[in-house]
Design a protein around this ligand. Structure first.
Ligand code: GSH
Length: 248
């Protein structure tokens, strides 16, 4: 079975830096979704010297809806990861899928994943949990509070409430409320190990204030707040959300 060739993936409008990239190439904008993959690449750089190149696009200009982009990701959303070292090149869309791709091909020692199958499954559970049950709801809070042309209290309250509920799930897990053992990270036995699951979740949760939650609301989640601070200390995380990814 064949895959679409280079001539199908890349057209004349495709930026040269995308089609001529030597290996891994990330098309991103520094939103929470973009930052998840940016952070993972920066972590891989620290751990293994992984190299990649980056194209920054501005989603406000709808670059992601143009044909060159849709050929790589029919969903027309950032981030997109392309691996030009595959023949033909291999495009990956959906943050978590991109991160699992990197885990498989760039994290040979499972530094950000797990060798044990059950721990590996925990990482999948918590990555899926944020991908499916966190990001879409916090994203809707951001949309209805900031971008929507009219303020619809019902929508704002509904998605705020659900996001807070999901923060509460993370708090139960991190606090060890039912297991009796507090954790430092989302996946892995015992206190857990910093992994793909944390990298996926953190860029969103760290933005609680920007999303419009108050300190008083967040006081219900002390372990989650400590987890935010713990991860924020990592140099790769700081680079992954840093200036390098800002549009000039
Ligand atoms: N489920 C997707 C969501 C990606 C997504 O929503 N990206 C936003 C930016 S954070 C985007 O590209 N929005 C522009 C648009 O929808 O046109 C993922 O995890 O990669």
């Amino acid at each position: 079975m064949s895959r679409p060739g280079k001539d199908k993936l890349y057209i004349s409008e495709t930026p040269d830096e995308v089609k001529n990239a030597k290996g891994l190439h990330l098309i991103t904008m520094s939103t929470p979704n973009g930052q998840a993959v940016q952070i993972m690449l920066e972590e891989l750089a620290d751990a293994y010297g992984t190299q990649w190149t980056t194209t920054l696009i501005n989603i406000m200009t709808n670059e992601q809806k143009k044909e060159w982009f849709l050929r790589l990701d029919p969903n027309g959303r950032i981030p997109v990861l392309i691996d030009n070292s595959q023949d033909p090149p291999f495009p990956v869309h959906e943050t978590s899928a991109e991160m699992f791709y990197l885990l498989k091909y760039a994290d040979k020692e499972d530094k950000f994943g797990f060798k044990d199958e059950l721990e590996r499954n925990e990482a999948i559970q918590w990555t899926f949990f944020w991908h499916g049950s966190g990001a879409p709801y916090q994203g809707q809070v951001n949309h209805f509070s900031r971008a929507a042309p009219e303020k619809i209290e019902y929508a704002i309250n509904r998605f705020k409430k659900e996001t807070l509920r999901v923060y509460g799930v993370l708090e139960i897990h991190l606090s060890g409320k039912y297991s009796g053992e507090p954790r430092e990270y989302l996946a892995g036995f015992g206190k857990g190990k910093y992994s793909i699951a944390d990298m996926k979740t953190w860029p969103w949760v760290k933005g609680w204030e920007r999303t419009g939650f108050t300190q008083e609301e967040m006081n219900d989640f002390p372990h989650l707040l400590k987890w935010i601070d713990r991860i924020a200390q990592r140099p790769a995380v700081q680079r992954g959300i840093g200036e390098k990814y800002n549009q000039s």
